[in-house]
Write a protein of this length. Structure first.
Length: 290
């Protein structure tokens, strides 16, 4: 994930808060107030009612009323439909899909990009770039898996009996085929026995060149979980901006879509920091002690 945000820092804040009596207070002497989980009804609709429509679900976090994103998506798929209709089922099809998508849609890498901004402005990170390619592979019925590591996501699939990788953050060399090349690419993500980052740091999902050595096994996820990681990344960003309540709200949504140990662990630590009393089961509001 894109950003290093030490849990050590979070735990230090919690410990200091406990020592100073803020925000952790006696359960017998506190004022309860609420945070609304959804300030945008459109976000709630997309997140809760469109989980089987990943193109919409991925846009929930920062939905844009601007229709230009939908138009650009339609333009991309129309171009691809024409280019690859003669190459369905072979590796050349992947080449057309990968490089045309970068040419027409994926314009500029940006940490913690929103999928809606990927569609409208061409800003992408590994989460939104992977999401875009996954949607295209679904469209053309090409089997694939989304691979999650401690700090990154990418696509691995198979076409015509050959394995391939789509690495969205490598515009020129991100289509990887051949057993040796795939093995070399994935070897950088294998656990190296150093679990300090895994235990102490919530890490944003990011670009391969930015990554430290991994301490997490490869995990295979779907588009719903990828949407959850988009919320997790946004929570990390808000945490660094010291918007702790906003970060926690994003973690609630992240855990709703993808209740992974990483997301739930950070969510639990934020509950200690903020003095969370309860979370509405319908994700309407959060009660905190003030």
């Amino acid at each position: 994930m894109c950003v290093n945000s030490p849990v050590k820092k979070l735990l230090l804040i919690v410990m200091i808060g406990c020592l100073l009596g803020f925000p952790v207070k006696s359960q017998e002497n506190f004022v309860v107030y609420q945070l609304h989980v959804f300030n945008d009804p459109q976000e709630k609709l997309l997140l809760t009612a469109h989980q089987d429509e990943p193109f919409l679900l991925l846009q929930a976090i920062n939905f844009q009323e601007d229709e230009s994103g939908f138009k650009k998506w339609d333009e991309l798929t129309q171009v691809l439909d024409q280019k690859i209709k003669k190459d369905v089922g072979n590796v050349r099809m992947l080449s057309e899909l990968f490089f045309t998508t970068h040419q027409l849609m994926l314009k500029e890498y940006a940490k913690h990009a929103y999928f809606s901004k990927t569609l409208t402005d061409g800003l992408y990170d590994c989460v939104t770039g992977t999401g875009l390619f996954a949607l295209l592979l679904d469209r053309y019925q090409i089997p694939y898996w989304i691979v999650e590591t401690q700090e990154h996501v990418y696509i691995k699939g198979e076409i015509g009996g050959r394995s391939f990788i789509l690495e969205s953050t490598f515009p020129d060399k991100g289509l990887i085929t051949g057993k040796r090349e795939i093995k070399n690419f994935e070897s950088q993500f294998f656990p190296n026995g150093n679990s300090s980052n895994l235990n102490n740091s919530p890490i944003g999902i990011g670009k391969v060149s930015e990554l430290p050595a991994s301490g997490m096994d490869l995990n295979y996820i779907g588009l719903r979980e990828l949407a959850g990681l988009q919320y997790y990344n946004d929570a990390i960003r808000k945490f660094y901006e010291k918007k702790y309540k906003d970060a926690y709200i994003q973690l609630i949504k992240a855990a709703y879509l993808y209740p992974s140990s990483r997301i739930n662990d950070l969510k639990s630590k934020m509950e200690i920091l903020l003095g969370i009393i309860s979370v509405d089961t319908q994700m309407q509001q959060v009660s905190l002690q003030e």
